[in-house]
Each structure stands twice: as structure tokens, then as C-alpha cells.
Unconditional design. Structure first.
Length: 293
């Protein structure tokens, strides 16, 4: 058994760690509410916008003319990997990178070249560790994503797609289901309409018929299609941010609970050791008195 001095040091260390994890849990809880509201509000809008563009382009027969909706033979794929910049969130970041690597394996099995773009320091470091370094790294985004950041990412992706630098772009992100459940998922960004929209059961399906466009369909879609890409990236970032705060809150709560249990065990061991030492000292005193009698 460790001596009392070691037990006191361990108690102090565990108590300090508990304060830190408890504080981080409270901070994550405070950030989660705002992030959750933003993620929940963005998802229906992003899905409805993609659905609207798909139905409008079908009705106007404009899908084949807009460069961002042009489907071509896929030779190169760009995968955006959204993770946090910090750790201490359990398996959150590892699960996202694992999902991205799985997607890359599927594309490579089809004979396609894959390029990673890291949206977070953890994505960059983990991809490099797995032997697939990211071509570019963007950080300082996930704590509180801003639309301007998503806009810059989307505009760069659209320019590269139009220039023919890649044929397919998708983002791997954390789909925020609830505060206790976050699911790694992927979404096709380019070409627009490259993946069916998971619309609500009550949403209107199929093309819009007998629709009068003003301004013209081409002008309308020219504004809506780029906006679809920007909102898709922004919604993915918002959901990943909310999922990160939720995962960190759970991880820090588990760490705090573990520290509490450890403190109880250390206190029990310390009290037993101190009691044993006191008993031993009393026995030595009694023995000395009896020897003197």
C-alpha cells in the first residue's frame, strides 16, 4: 500500500483534475445550447434549398447547362473532413476521420484519386498519422462557425470544380441527432444534385409543373445553385460544432464522475492508512508503558 504522503499527493492531483474537467463540462454545456439551436435551424433550410434547386432545374431543364450541376466521369474526389481543433472530446474526432478514410477507400477502389481538405487541426494531424496528409488545412472554424468562413470554402471549391481540378466533392461531418447522439455522415457538395436529398415525409416531391419563372430560370438557378453549396457547407459546420460541444460535455462528465470515484477510493485508503498508523503508535506506547512497569 502506498504511504500516506503519496496518497495525499494523489488526492490533490485528482481533485485538481476534477475541477478542470468539471469546468470544461460546464463550458461545453453553455456553448452547446447556442450551437444546437443554430444547427437545428440550419438543417431544414439546407435540405429544402437543395430540394428546391433540384425540382426547379428539372422543371426548367437547366441542370445540363449550369457548370455546378454538370456530372462527368469521376477521376478525382475532394473530401472535406470537418473535425475540431481541440481534443478531450472522446472518440468524436477519431470517428470522423475513420469515416473519411472509409469514403476514400471506396473511391480508390473505384479507381479514383482522392484529396483530403482538413477543416480542423485534429483532422490534419490524424490524417497525417494515417499516411494520408491533407492537401490544405483550415482551422479556427469549428468552435463557432461563421457564414463568411463557409462562403470562402464554398467559393474556392466551386472555382476548382468549374476549372476541372476535381470531379466530385463531399464533406464528412458529424450529423447532430441529439445532445447524446452524433453520427459521422457524408454529403455530396459538387456537383449539385449529385446525391438524393433526404427530404421530410411531407415535403413536395417531383418537378414543379406549370411554373412561371421571373426572372428567367437560368438567372434564378445561377443565384440559387452557388447558394446551395454555401449553405450545405455552413450547415455541416454548424452540426459538427454542436456535435463537438455535446461530445466534449459527455466526455468531461464521464471524466468528472471517474475522478469522483477515484477520490472516494483514495480517501478510503488514506483514512485506513492513517487509522492503522494511529493504532500502531498507540500499541507502541502501551507496549513501552508495560515494559516500564
Amino acid at each position: 500500500m502506498a504511504n500516506l504522503r503519496d496518497l495525499r499527493r494523489r488526492r490533490t492531483s485528482v481533485a485538481s483534475t476534477k475541477k478542470i474537467t468539471r469546468t470544461m463540462e460546464l463550458v461545453a454545456s453553455a456553448k452547446l445550447k447556442k450551437a444546437q439551436d443554430a444547427a437545428t435551424a440550419s438543417r431544414p433550410y439546407a435540405e429544402a434549398l437543395r430540394d428546391l434547386v433540384g425540382r426547379l432545374s428539372s422543371a426548367a431543364n437547366e441542370a445540363s447547362t449550369h457548370p455546378l450541376m454538370t456530372k462527368r466521369t469521376v477521376r478525382k474526389v475532394v473530401i472535406y473532413v470537418a473535425t475540431s481543433d481541440r481534443g478531450l472530446a472522446g472518440a468524436f474526432n477519431a470517428n470522423l476521420v475513420t469515416k473519411a478514410i472509409e469514403r476514400a477507400k471506396e473511391h480508390r477502389a473505384a479507381g479514383r484519386q482522392v484529396e483530403f481538405v482538413a477543416l480542423g487541426k485534429k483532422a490534419a494531424s490524424t490524417l497525417a498519422f494515417n499516411g494520408s496528409p491533407a492537401a490544405s488545412v483550415h482551422h479556427g472554424i469549428m468552435d463557432a462557425p461563421k457564414y463568411g468562413q463557409a462562403q470562402k470554402l464554398a467559393e474556392a471549391a466551386m472555382d476548382r470544380f468549374i476549372a476541372g481540378e476535381f470531379d466530385l466533392a463531399e464533406v464528412v461531418y458529424a450529423r447532430f441527432v441529439s445532445a447524446s447522439r452524433q453520427v459521422p455522415d457524408h454529403l455530396v457538395l459538387l456537383p449539385v444534385g449529385g446525391e438524393p436529398v433526404k427530404a421530410d415525409a411531407g415535403a413536395q416531391k417531383g418537378p414543379i409543373k406549370d411554373f412561371i419563372f421571373h426572372p428567367g430560370a437560368g438567372e434564378l438557378l445561377a443565384a440559387l445553385i452557388p447558394q446551395t453549396v454555401k449553405i450545405a457547407i455552413f450547415s455541416s459546420l454548424l452540426q459538427t460544432s454542436a456535435a463537438e460541444h455535446a461530445a466534449r460535455r459527455i466526455a468531461m462528465k464521464n471524466a468528472t464522475d471517474a475522478a469522483t470515484d477515484m477520490l472516494k477510493a483514495l480517501n478510503t485508503a488514506y483514512n485506513r492508512g492513517r487509522q492503522g498508523k494511529i493504532t500502531q503508535e498507540i500499541a507502541e506506547i502501551v507496549g513501552a508503558v508495560e515494559a516500564m512497569a
